[in-house]
Write a protein that binds this ligand. Structure first.
Ligand code: PAF
Length: 292
């Protein structure tokens, strides 16, 4: 059976009406917010949405407010045709691809302020980034009033910030976070991998290698600070400039408060002008001495 092409919708009123109409007829709607340049990670989110829901909407919008002034907004890859082909394979019903003015009307002056888990790590290195993410995601949730929204665990801090915002603002959507999809050598899939030169592409696996070492060290009882230092050494040994390498509480993103709590190892680094992030959850029950 040939997969049918999703309907491309640009008008906010049209997507909102289509989703409300489907839900009014008792259909479950899943939503995958993206910035396009889709890869197998996005495909896995759309596939999970299509399995659990009757209809799936995917938004493609390169959100200007989450990029800093010297970041890659202008060169961020845009590939609507290829994206629609990939989404057709996943039985996506609607692609919501709004113009900038539909999300940010002329004269717009309102932003969501996010604190707590939005402040460290990416929040410290990219000031304003999570405010931009929260603002656009809240607007997208208004326009695509789905039952469930799907996010990838690769952007761990983003998933924490979005879940916090949904709880704080009482947004009626269930957030589903799915595992990171990786290349054969373990590099986390990212639209930004396309920027890497062949040499940097080989080096980039250093982030994944460091996280595997972190997981091994975690399960042999190494202290979080020593795990973080080990990750930093491994990443640097691969020729990657480290922005951070840390082991923190998976919800607050603050230092661990209990010896046998779950943790997340988070890393970010730069290869030339390309910035990559990755993470790995470290389960409490893999820590020696943890209660069975
Ligand atoms: O993860 C992304 O692609 C973006 O941050 C998101 C959630 C689509 C908001 O622009």
């Amino acid at each position: 059976m040939t997969a049918s092409r999703p309907e491309i919708v640009a008008a906010p009123d049209a997507i909102a009406a289509a989703v409300r109409d489907a839900r009014g007829r008792g259909r479950r709607v899943g939503f995958v917010p993206t910035m396009g340049a889709l890869h197998a990670g996005h495909a896995s989110l759309a596939a999970a949405a299509a399995t659990a829901c009757d209809d799936v909407a995917v938004s493609i919008f390169v959100n200007p407010t989450q990029f800093g002034p010297h970041e890659d907004f202008h060169r961020y890859p845009r590939a609507l045709e290829a994206d629609c082909r990939l989404l057709a394979e996943q039985h996506v019903r609607w692609v919501f691809a709004p113009p900038v003015e539909a999300i940010y009307p002329p004269g717009h002056a309102t932003r969501i302020v996010v604190e707590g888990p939005a402040l460290p790590l990416e929040g410290a290195i990219r000031p304003g980034h999570f405010s931009g993410v929260a603002t656009v995601v809240q607007r997208l949730f208004q326009l695509v009033p789905a039952d469930r929204a799907y996010f990838g665990a690769k952007d761990w801090q983003q998933t924490v910030v979005v879940r916090r915002m949904v709880a704080d603002l009482g947004i009626p959507v269930e957030i589903v976070v799915l595992p990171t999809v990786r290349e054969a050598d373990g590099l986390a899939m990212s639209s930004r991998n396309a920027y890497l030169s062949p040499v940097d592409r080989r080096r980039a696996v250093g982030l994944h290698v460091a996280l595997l070492e972190a997981e091994r060290d975690w399960s042999t009882g190494v202290a979080p600070e020593a795990i973080a230092a080990g990750m930093r050494r491994t990443i640097e040994a691969h020729g990657i400039a480290v922005d951070y390498a840390t082991v923190v509480d998976p919800e607050s993103l603050q230092p661990l408060s209990a010896p046998f709590a779950s943790a997340v190892a988070l890393v970010a680094g730069r290869l030339g002008t390309t910035r990559l992030i990755d993470n790995r959850l470290l389960a409490a029950d893999r820590r020696p001495g943890a209660a069975p």
